[in-house]
Design a binder for this molecule. Structure first.
Ligand SMILES: [Zn+2]
Length: 315
């Protein structure tokens, strides 16, 4: 803690340890924050095997409401792709692939996906017959300028080298293309880990696998370095954000999600929140849900939002 730590985003040597944190394995990492760009990140960076272990098939984020994801894809196509009859869209970190299937149903666009979990990818290929490739985006070999639209939702905070990731996104997007990126507000996201660590004097569990906690300043820097300019910004999930910063009281079981799995009592009802009742509903219902999400997003960058969305253009 006494030696200056160099920021992995802006390179300034003025970072300090703000908490200890864990993924699914036994390793304990420092959570380091840069005082210049306000980015926080795990140190050391988790190894590929530690990350692979975390994203095993128990990773609950692969399990969602398939119909809802499809409905969202179709609504997205209607709103964001209608200006062009045909084109190519890539969803990086496509998980179940249902969003892509929805885009395909709602438009004439060709859809592509990638995910790092081979079993998930195999099931998307088999179930939906889509061109989905397994691996990190840098390694799947798409041609330069191949895509008109690339979508990255809640992925950037998981990758060990965000700048390399964004540069590859830039390379494969057409010069006139659009990049839709959703990412947590790193300051809000890291605050829960810090609060847990301070309260329990024990490493906080980054259950979703977030290893970067990117502030707006650090994101701006990354976009610039990767070759993107910001066209639009949005903020959303304000209630959650206000809870993260303890402006509103934390939710009743906030500490449960931050407790490493082997520390939980067997009798706890963990996992309950992840059982979804799946029911297919009308197109109008999904359009309405989509619009509701759209309206809940406020233009601009707001400190107390839990999540940000960016519309980026190559330069
Ligand atoms: Zn920094």
């Amino acid at each position: 803690m006494n030696n200056p730590i160099q920021c992995l985003i802006c390179g300034t040597s003025d970072s300090s340890v703000v908490a200890k944190a864990r993924l699914s394995g036994v390793e304990v990492y420092d959570l380091v924050r840069c005082s210049a760009c306000q980015a926080s990140f795990f140190l050391p960076m988790p190894s590929p095997s530690a990350l692979a272990e975390h994203y095993s098939n128990d990773y609950t984020f692969y399990k969602g409401d398939n119909f809802k994801a499809q409905g969202k894809g179709a609504a997205f196509a209607k709103k964001y792709l209608a200006h062009q009859a045909q084109g190519k869209l890539l969803d990086i970190g496509c998980a179940s692939g249902d969003f892509l299937a929805g885009v395909q149903q709602g438009s004439e666009w060709q859809v592509f996906g990638t995910d790092i979990n081979p079993e998930v990818v195999a099931s998307v290929q088999e179930k939906l017959g889509l061109d989905v490739r397994v691996g990190e985006i840098e390694n799947v070999g798409f041609d330069a300028g191949y895509f008109d639209v690339v979508r990255v939702q809640d992925i950037l905070e998981h990758v060990p080298e965000p700048l390399t990731f964004l540069k590859e996104c830039r390379r494969i997007i057409d010069d006139k293309g659009t990049f839709y990126l959703s990412v947590p507000n790193g300051l809000a996201d890291a605050q829960n880990l810090v609060d847990y660590y301070v309260k329990y004097d024990s490493p906080a569990f980054s259950g979703a696998g977030h290893i970067y906690f990117l502030s707006f300043a650090s994101l701006k820097l990354l976009f610039e370095q990767a070759g993107f300019c910001i066209e639009k910004t949005y903020s959303y999930n304000f209630k959650k954000g206000l809870r993260s910063f303890s402006v509103l009281p934390k939710s009743k079981h906030w500490q449960r999600d931050l407790t490493p799995p082997n520390a939980l009592q067997p009798a706890s009802n963990q996992g309950e929140a992840h059982t979804h009742k799946q029911k297919k509903r009308s197109v109008a219902y999904y359009n309405f849900q989509f619009m509701k999400d759209e309206f809940s997003r406020v233009s601009g960058i707001h400190t107390y939002a839990q999540d940000f969305m960016f519309v980026l253009k190559p330069f």
